[in-house]
Write a protein that binds this ligand. Structure first.
Ligand code: 6CS
Length: 316
């Protein structure tokens, strides 16, 4: 049987590397073939999600930045400064989180999706036309965010004018000046050449890009135990592989950008400069709870407990 698997990035970007590893494992351990559909082959992220829910695709890799429109609780990943910057702690959190591994699967199931895993892709930094040293510098900056209400809330709190857009429109919108900024992990800023259409990169440590792999629920439930095990094993291998793959990726990517465009300004803000951005976190958290009610509060609380446990386990 051929299984169709779509994702939001190119083959040589993080989601593509993950997908290739998954395909390799499935094909080595079963008679099935995995057909990969990178970004641009089947439409935007929202399109591949629809196709997965309809059963046209068996697998879809979609990030909470987009799934938040469908599953409001998935927006929890946009509370600023919730995820740790220490990689070991971050990786341990994704491995062991009860919120991710037990609570989120129930919410995805309500949408006809079997949540297979969530994994990080790297620290998110902003790219803009002008330097950003404080929230005041984002005043009047039309800043592209992924399409979910909490990200809008978060960038409003950061002082910007948030503009939700699908990914395919971002490069052109920066080029024509419809927007003046956007955020993404370092590898993606490099691979998609964001430095061609912006002049400054600013890292404030506010988030790590989270993504998720899921299967169509009916497809997955209809498989025998053996095939389900093949999928789970392939996910486990790809998960550990992608964590190792990204260990030095952020630094290497920023260095590559500097090489491609020496005049690109890259600013890693100091603790002091970050403080006003960090101060917005409680208000965004409150907005999250207002949007998602008791269920959202439970997920948030569990995530915090999971993060504490991960920090303890890694001596963070
Ligand atoms: O910003 C976005 O929309 C995209 N960013 C990444 C890192 N992956 C896919 C997503 O579409």
């Amino acid at each position: 049987e051929t299984w169709r698997y779509a994702f939001e990035e190119a083959l040589d970007e993080v989601q593509g590397i993950f997908a290739q590893k998954f395909k390799e494992e499935v094909e080595a351990n079963s008679d099935h073939t995995v057909q990969l559909f990178p970004f641009g082959t089947l439409g935007e992220s929202a399109d591949i999600m629809e196709q997965a829910q309809a059963g046209i695709l068996q697998f879809v890799n979609q990030s909470p930045g987009f799934t938040g429109a469908l599953i409001p609780e998935a927006q929890v990943f946009f509370v600023p400064y919730l995820l740790p910057q220490d990689q070991d702690t971050l990786f341990e959190f994704f491995r062991s989180s009860v919120a991710i591994n037990e609570m989120f699967p129930e919410l995805y199931a309500e949408q006809g999706l079997e949540l297979l895993t969530m994994y990080p892709e790297g620290e998110v930094c902003m790219t803009t036309q002008e330097p950003v040293r404080s929230p005041e510098d984002l005043n009047e900056v039309k800043f592209r965010v992924m399409t979910n209400p909490l990200l809008v809330e978060s960038y409003q709190a950061f002082g910007a004018t948030p503009t939700p857009l699908p990914w395919g429109e971002v490069y052109g919108a920066l080029q024509t000046g419809i927007i003046q900024g956007q955020e993404n992990p370092g590898f993606f800023l490099e691979s998609t050449k964001m430095y061609e259409v912006t002049d400054v990169i600013t890292c404030i440590g506010h988030n790590n890009f989270t993504t998720a792999l899921m299967a169509n629920q009916d497809f997955y439930d209809g498989l025998g135990e053996g095939d389900q095990q093949v999928i789970q094993d392939a996910v486990d291998v790809a998960f550990e592989y992608i964590l190792e793959y990204q260990r030095d990726l952020q630094e290497e990517s920023l260095a590559k950008i500097k090489e491609a465009k020496p005049e690109m300004e890259i600013n890693i803000l100091s603790e002091e400069e970050r403080q006003p951005f960090m101060d917005t976190a409680p208000a965004v958290e409150e907005a999250f709870v207002e949007m998602t009610g008791e269920g959202g509060q439970e997920i948030l609380d569990q995530m915090k407990a999971d993060l504490e446990a991960a920090a303890e386990a890694t001596g963070g």
